[in-house]
Design a protein around this ligand. Structure first.
Ligand code: ZN
Length: 192
């Protein structure tokens, strides 16, 4: 995380960063969590710490307002979990997904690394995985038009959906639907 990103989080009182880092104000000798509602300090007067312990060791006192002493280092795991929840909520809308991930405030590349460490795939791959599972469910269990399914899982066009689906499943959505309906009829669907 760059200083600029941390400074931005302080200006935004961004609770998403609580525990990720702390900032201390040299003129007051107090350290805060990013979400602290106290008046934003001057940029030249602050310094950043990863943990509340580091801030204390450097001689700063915890803030009485945000109780920066009650929270400690938030593991990357937590960030990865938050991102996972966000993706699960918004994966159906691609534009929204980007926005939600931007809200986490960490740059795309770094976020992808954190997420990958935890779940073995990038946030994008995870969103794609959810989209595919949902599309398959809709193809199998509903009679919705393929184009409607494409839109409802976040694709802007039928052709984008087709090429995505074909790449993942090696067959087209319509073929997939036909196959799963046939399986249903012959009764061996459960054994898939
Ligand atoms: Zn504070």
């Amino acid at each position: 995380m760059t200083e600029q990103e941390m400074w931005q989080a302080v200006l935004n009182n961004d609770a998403g960063y609580d525990g990720v880092f702390f900032y201390a104000v040299k003129t007051t000798g107090i350290y805060c969590r990013p979400s602290c509602k106290s008046k934003p300090p001057k940029k030249e007067n602050i310094c950043f710490f990863e943990t509340s312990e580091q801030a204390r060791k450097a001689g700063f006192r915890p803030c009485k307002r945000c109780r920066s002493d009650l929270i400690d280092y938030q593991p990357m795991k937590q960030i990865a979990e938050d991102v996972k929840c966000k993706i699960e909520k918004v994966y159906r809308e691609q534009a929204d997904l980007c926005k939600k991930l931007n809200e986490v405030g960490i740059t795309g590349r770094r976020l992808a690394d954190i997420f990958k460490d935890e779940y073995g795939m990038t946030p994008k791959a995870y969103a794609d995985h959810l989209r595919l599972a949902e599309a398959k469910r809709l193809l199998k269990d509903t009679d919705k038009k393929v184009i409607d399914i494409a839109y409802s899982v976040g694709f802007g066009s039928l052709s984008a959906f087709y090429s995505f689906f074909k790449k993942e499943e090696k067959i087209t959505p319509s073929e997939y639907r036909r196959e799963s309906k046939n399986k249903k009829k012959t009764g061996d669907f459960r054994h898939e």
